[in-house]
Each structure stands twice: as C-alpha cells, then as structure tokens.
Design a protein around this ligand. Structure first.
Ligand code: BTN
Length: 231
C-alpha cells in the first residue's frame, strides 16, 4: 500500500482522481484540505486535527455491479467499527454512509469513480473542534472525550476494517449495519434536488443497499436522496 502524505492539499479525492497511475489501495492523507469536497457538491470544511484521507479501490472483473453498489455502506460500517475499536462509544450508521454520535455527524464519506478505480474519500472529526458551517450538527472524538488521538492510527484501522468488510459475507455485514441504523423508526423525508421523493417512517436497510420506508402504510425503498429527519 503506497501512502502519500501532505500537510496541505486542495482535496485528497481530487489528487487521486487526477493521478495518472493509481495502484490498488493507494492512500492519500492530508492534515488540511483547502478545497475539501462533500457530497452533492457541498464544501467539506477540513481543519487540522481531522482524519482526512482517500484511498483507491480497483474494480475487479469478478465482482458484480450490485456488489460495488454496497461500497458506501461498507465504507460507513468500516469507519464505525474502527472508531468503536479506538473509543467504544454509541455510534450510529446513518444511511447511506454517515457515522453519527449523539445526533451529530462525526464522519462524511465521498465515493467517486475514475477509470477502473473507486476513490473512497473519508473525513473523520477526530481532534478538531471547529466544524465551520456545520458547527451545530457535527462533533468530534476530542469534543466528546477530551482526549487526543493519533489520526493515522484511526485511518489505518479504517482501511483494515474496510478490507475485512469487503471480503465478509454481505448478509452478516448488513445485519451489523442494521444494528446501528440511526434512521430506524424515525419520521423522515427523502429529498433529491430540493424535491421531496417521499415522507414516512424509516425501516431497515435492505439487501440491495436501499432504505425501506413505510409511506402511507406501504413499504417503499429508496436508493438515492438526502434524508431529513422530521421533528
Ligand atoms: C459528505 O458527507 O458530504 C462527504 C464528505 C467527504 C469528505 C472527505 S475528506 C477526504 C476526501 N477529500 C475530499 O475532498 N472529500 C473527502
């Protein structure tokens, strides 16, 4: 596994996406990002103390598209499991791939594709306590425990967990993901491009990675969309 370390970079995802030659599990780690990118074109505030990294996963011919559709879920549970190993707290998995704790976001994941590689970009709030525009909705390990952590220990632990979950039986992984399901039984709204796709009570995450939602007594499933929890 090749590791590329930067004190400052625009975006670790962008670096790997623009790299001419990528190898499986190439990993880019940065202390600060000046143009960190989130999902749906959002800015990702990337301050010092955060675990900021991206790694490449080469698409294998023997794996199906359905298996690759699970990547966001696998990346999310890998972060959750790694954090649990470092500090055993009550983390939750928020479909599709956020990790929450005490109703606040502690990690965001952005997966992009370049040629035959998936670029898995992860930002974990570890020692940082300044979350910029997300101040009210984010937290970090340090904010919760008051302790200081090695960001690299956490990053390598996440990658090891990812390798384990990638090879593990999907039904077992899914059961574990559902045991941490933050949205379960919550009244939610699924939104895409400012349009409400549905409103109902969230259920389990299904075998194909979709979220089941009970809408007017009928089970529907969603594979995209931003989730808003209704108070
Ligand atoms: C989100 O929740 O919107 C996803 C945030 C993903 C942020 C990470 S930080 C490392 C990698 N590089 C980026 O520019 N983005 C991802």
């Amino acid at each position: 596994m090749r590791i590329f370390r930067f004190n400052e970079i625009d975006s670790t995802n962008k670096y790997l996406k623009e790299k001419i030659e990528i190898e499986d599990y190439d990993c880019v780690i940065a202390e600060i990002q000046t143009a960190g990118r989130g999902r749906r074109g959002n800015v990702w505030v990337s301050n010092k103390g955060m675990g900021i990294f991206s790694f490449a996963l080469q698409e294998k011919k023997e794996k199906t598209i359905e298996e690759y559709m699970r990547l966001p879920l696998i990346a999310g549970i890998s972060v959750l499991a790694a954090l649990k190993k470092i500090e055993d707290l009550d983390y939750k998995f928020k479909w599709t791939n956020d990790v929450y704790i005490y109703d606040k976001k502690i990690c965001g994941i952005l997966i992009e594709k370049v040629r035959e590689f998936f670029i898995i970009g992860i930002g974990i709030n570890i020692n940082n306590c300044d979350f910029g525009y997300a101040q009210d909705n984010a937290t970090s390990l340090k904010e919760i425990t008051g302790k200081h952590y090695s960001t690299e220990d956490i990053i390598f632990c996440v990658i090891n967990e990812f390798k384990k979950y990638l090879d593990q039986n999907w039904e077992i992984t899914l059961k574990e993901i559902n045991s941490y399901n933050y949205l379960k039984e919550r009244d939610i709204e699924i939104v895409k491009d400012e349009k409400i796709l549905g409103r109902g009570i969230a259920g389990d995450i299904l075998k194909d990675g979709t979220l089941s939602v009970k809408i007017n007594g009928k089970d529907e499933c969603f594979n995209i969309g931003e989730i808003h929890i209704r108070k």
